[in-house]
Ligand binder design. Structure first.
Ligand SMILES: NC(=O)c1ccc[n+]([C@@H]2O[C@H](COP(=O)([O-])OP(=O)(O)OC[C@H]3O[C@@H](n4cnc5c(N)ncnc54)[C@H](OP(=O)(O)O)[C@@H]3O)[C@@H](O)[C@H]2O)c1
Length: 254
């Protein structure tokens, strides 16, 4: 195993869970490249916070739903790694970026389905494929699913089905990438207070209380509940954890 400082690439690191993942990884001593889609200023603030923690922080723009941009993104990532970190490789990829169209099965449109499919399945599939040659042995991939693959909540049929596909993909990636000594795991957060769905889990008091009442620990999650677990999965201490779905939900819908 190399003793060189490790580098993580996190998609959707400008806000919410991805931001906490980026900061938690930085606290563990990793340099961080993270992507944002639209929130340039939020991304710059995260860079500042990573650098306050003593690590290098690099923010790159990427629309994960646009796989035609991945060649260009890979070139940009490589040149940033070379110029700022003196390498063209990295250790951990966290496929986190995403959004939700909330609609019951009978109402979701084909366009909404495709937009979610692109960001939650096609994007992470081909981005990981594209970046794979640059992931160091003894590194890993963390995919992000949802508690909603285990329990059914109306309004999330397509989203949950796509996250379920990522859980299956995780198993196949772990099987095929083991020969490269790359581990692949998937985390499945419960409802967390972020901006997703217009901040509904955080800002809609009725929804927040209902979700808390369905959770053994009696509250909904916060981004801080998630990032440290991802940082652990991206550490040598987790070196024998592979192909696992780890739910981080405080015991939701038991
Ligand atoms: N919050 C929850 O309750 C919850 C529960 C389970 C799973 N998850 C999953 O956790 C992940 C993060 O969710 P979150 O709650 O942290 O959401 P969030 O607070 O809304 O943040 C979303 C992040 O993803 C980025 N993003 C959105 N669409 C993108 C696109 N097309 N291309 C690239 N980046 C994009 C955003 O970038 P900009 O800031 O630039 O827009 C932002 O960094 C998602 O995969 C979500 O499905 C969330």
């Amino acid at each position: 195993m190399s003793s060189q400082k490790k580098i993580a690439v996190v998609t959707g690191g400008s806000r919410g869970l991805g931001k906490n993942m980026a900061l938690s990884l930085a606290k563990k001593g990793l340099d961080i490249v993270f992507t944002y889609n639209s929130q340039n200023e939020a991304a710059e603030e995260v860079v500042k916070q990573i650098e306050e923690l003593g690590q290098k922080g690099i923010a790159l723009k990427l629309d994960v739903s646009d796989s035609s941009s991945f060649d260009e993104f890979t070139k940009t990532l490589t040149s940033e790694l070379q110029s700022q970190l003196n390498t063209d490789r990295f250790d951990f990829l966290v496929n986190n970026a995403g959004f939700i169209h909330y609609a019951e099965f009978e109402d979701l449109t084909e366009d909404q389905f495709t937009e979610m499919e692109n960001v939650h399945l096609k994007g992470p599939f081909f981005l990981t494929q594209k970046l794979l040659p640059q992931i160091n042995p003894f590194g890993g991939i963390v995919n992000v699913s949802s508690g909603l693959t285990r329990f059914a909540t109306p309004g999330f049929a397509a989203y949950a089905a796509l996250k379920g596909a990522m859980e299956v993909l995780t198993k196949y990636q772990a099987k095929e990438l083991g020969k490269r000594n790359i581990r692949v795991n998937v985390v499945a957060p419960g409802a967390i207070e972020t901006d997703i769905m217009g901040g509904a889990v955080r800002d809609n008091a009725e929804m927040n209380q209902y979700l808390a009442s369905q959770t053994a620990l009696g509250r909904v999650g916060l981004p801080e509940d998630i990032g440290g677990v991802v940082a652990f999965l991206c550490s040598d201490a987790a070196g024998w954890i592979n192909a696992q779905r780890l739910e981080i939900s405080g015991g939701s819908n038991l």
